[in-house]
Design a protein around this ligand. Structure first.
Ligand code: ZN
Length: 322
């Protein structure tokens, strides 16, 4: 029951609160971040197309609601004045996506140079986290469900706002950990979901019946949608946040993406929420991490349709915030 309440409130947030925030906060946030008046454009192919494997199950025109809410649409020219007005209003209420445009970074050095300009401490923070023993790795989610639960319930209020999980989520709401092989290559190199985590050594550490010998202390649910990689869900354990685990995790992912190997080949942009999300601290963190406000649009299909499943669980999943 608790989980249903959490997810219902998240859907309400996206429908009611987020559009209001987008209008109210955008200008002050953009000015404070030093964004140009005309935001840079990024156009992405997100549906199935060249580069997909024959096993790809994504449709060419489909796009998820989680992505749709960031995408700019061509201004409507039909439907009379009222139609154009409605279309303009819908666009103005969309959140402004925070993006790293990988086209600007031929190698990791170029990216790190930009980070150094924004803060002289970011790279040192990640180095220190690695020095004290934190390690970044891709992991099967089912192996660490209890660690994930511990992370999600470790803090009542986060930079993005109050954590309803902290109040409502109980261990009984999460699936039991299962022994699982390490993630293999995804079915389609352009459409996949991967969990990246920060681990600390913990000999004998158990997750239910599974002995992992290491504890997950932070994670990102990373989803590739064609040219885009989306930080769908990102969180660290309260006891480890001061030790810069989030910065370490983000930089390791960026190094992998910029190297453009394996199923990172062809990624154009990385998306982490919107400029209007959370407190000023979160917006500053994103800027120091290399994200910038952009205008995002589809390059592969202007007539894209949002996939709106009637299954309640899919609706909730589409509205998961991060
Ligand atoms: Zn595909």
């Amino acid at each position: 029951m608790g989980l249903l309440v959490v997810k219902t409130l998240m859907v309400a947030y996206h429908v009611l609160v987020e559009p209001a925030l987008a209008v109210g906060l955008r200008r002050t946030r953009l000015e404070a971040l030093g964004a140009p008046r005309e935001l840079p454009d990024v156009e992405l192919a997100v549906g199935a197309g060249p580069g997909c494997s024959p096993e790809c199950r994504v449709e060419a025109k489909a796009e998820s609601a989680a992505l749709s809410r960031y995408l700019r649409r061509p201004r409507r020219t039909h439907g009379g004045r009222l139609g154009r007005l409605a279309s303009g209003l819908a666009e103005s209420r969309k959140p402004t996506p925070m993006i790293v445009d990988l086209d600007r970074y031929p190698d990791v050095g170029a990216f790190e140079a930009v980070l150094r300009k924004r803060s002289n401490r970011t790279l040192a923070k990640a180095r220190r986290a690695a020095e004290v023993g934190y390690r970044v790795d891709v992991f099967p989610r089912v192996r660490h469900t209890l660690d994930i639960h511990a992370i999600r319930t470790s803090k009542a209020v986060r930079s993005a706002g109050p954590m309803l999980d902290y109040l409502l989520l109980r261990p009984g709401h999460v699936g039991a950990p299962r022994a699982a092989p390490p993630p293999s290559a995804p079915r389609c190199p352009r459409h996949w979901t991967r969990w990246w985590g920060v681990f600390e050594d913990a000999p004998g550490h158990r997750q239910g019946a599974v002995t992992t010998d290491r504890r997950l202390v932070a994670y990102v649910k990373l989803r590739r949608i064609g040219d885009l990689v989306h930080y769908v869900d990102i969180m660290g354990h309260a006891a480890h946040l001061d030790r810069n685990v989030m910065t370490l995790l983000h930089l390791e992912i960026m190094r992998w993406l910029i190297a453009r190997q394996d199923h990172a080949a062809g990624v154009r942009a990385v998306l982490y929420g919107a400029v209007e999300h959370g407190g000023w601290g979160l917006a500053t963190w994103k800027k120091r991490a290399g994200f910038e406000p952009h205008r995002l649009a589809r390059a592969d299909d202007a007539d894209a349709r949002t996939v709106r499943s009637t299954r309640l669980s899919d609706v909730f999943a589409a509205h998961r915030r991060r």
